[in-house]
Design a protein around this ligand. Structure first.
Ligand SMILES: O=C(O)CCC(=O)C(=O)O
Ligand SMILES: [Fe+2]
Length: 230
């Protein structure tokens, strides 16, 4: 274990062996993997949300989500009374989602590689904003066309308890405290693992203030814009 002294000095350079902890077959937590790029990621996020604002989507059951969301990349994930789906356009503006910044793509592919997935080519990045008390209930990410690509999930800002369960909703989830710069990757046998986020505790983060932002990178695949309901 590194001392906090070393962490401070070398916080930008996590050593691969130290930053990697397996969670389940095909799933890993990369501690601090995105920390060095966090300020640049945030600058890009602030710019993206000017073009595609964060919004509270409504679940198919009619409830507004506590997490505010937007997207960048070729496809964006969304939800409304008809179901969950990917679209090529932002339904608010009717315009294509903003392009995925190069630094997002580089980070996501590097994290996937570090977790054992060398061919990840994300075409969708969901941007989730959690204010205190916001949460995400246990779910599977299953609106993508193929399940062959992993999910890469980047945490910024306030810490959150990430719930990582098994392939069945009733499997008791692990509780992982995710901090600023942590990245979780799950694919292969864990690709359809149930996961969620416990209600965000109030707090203050030097860079992001009183919020957590999560970036979830996925390969949605083609043709989902018109047929993604499930
Ligand atoms: O915020 C997180 O850490 C998880 C987000 C998530 O599971 C999702 O957007 O599908
Ligand atoms: Fe998810």
């Amino acid at each position: 274990m590194r001392s906090s002294f070393n962490l401070d000095l070398f916080g930008d350079m996590p050593e691969p062996g130290e930053s990697f902890s397996p969670i389940a077959p095909g799933a890993a937590l990369l501690r601090g993997f995105a920390r060095a790029q966090a300020a640049q990621l945030l600058a890009n996020i602030e710019d993206l949300i000017k073009h595609a604002p964060l919004r509270h989507l409504v679940t198919p059951g009619g409830y507004p989500m506590s997490v505010a969301m937007t997207n960048c990349g070729s496809f964006g994930w969304g939800s409304d009374q008809h179901g969950y789906r990917y679209t090529a356009q932002d339904p608010i503006s009717g315009l294509a989602w903003p392009a995925m910044p190069e630094i997002f793509l580089t980070l996501a592919t590097a994290a996937a590689l570090a977790a054992g997935f060398p061919h990840f080519a994300p075409d969708a990045c969901l941007i989730n904003e959690y204010l205190p008390a916001a949460r995400m209930s246990l779910h599977q990410d299953r609106n993508e066309r193929h399940m062959t690509s992993p999910i890469v999930s980047v945490s910024l800002g306030l810490p959150a308890v990430f719930l990582f369960g098994g392939l069945s909703r009733s499997d008791k989830p692990q509780r992982l405290l995710l901090s600023h710069g942590d990245v979780v990757v799950w694919g292969g046998p864990s690709r359809l693992a149930f996961h969620g986020v416990a209600p965000l505790a109030d707090g203050w983060h030097g860079l992001l203030g009183s919020r957590r932002i999560n970036l979830t990178f996925r390969h949605a695949g083609e043709k989902l814009a018109s047929s993604g309901f499930d």
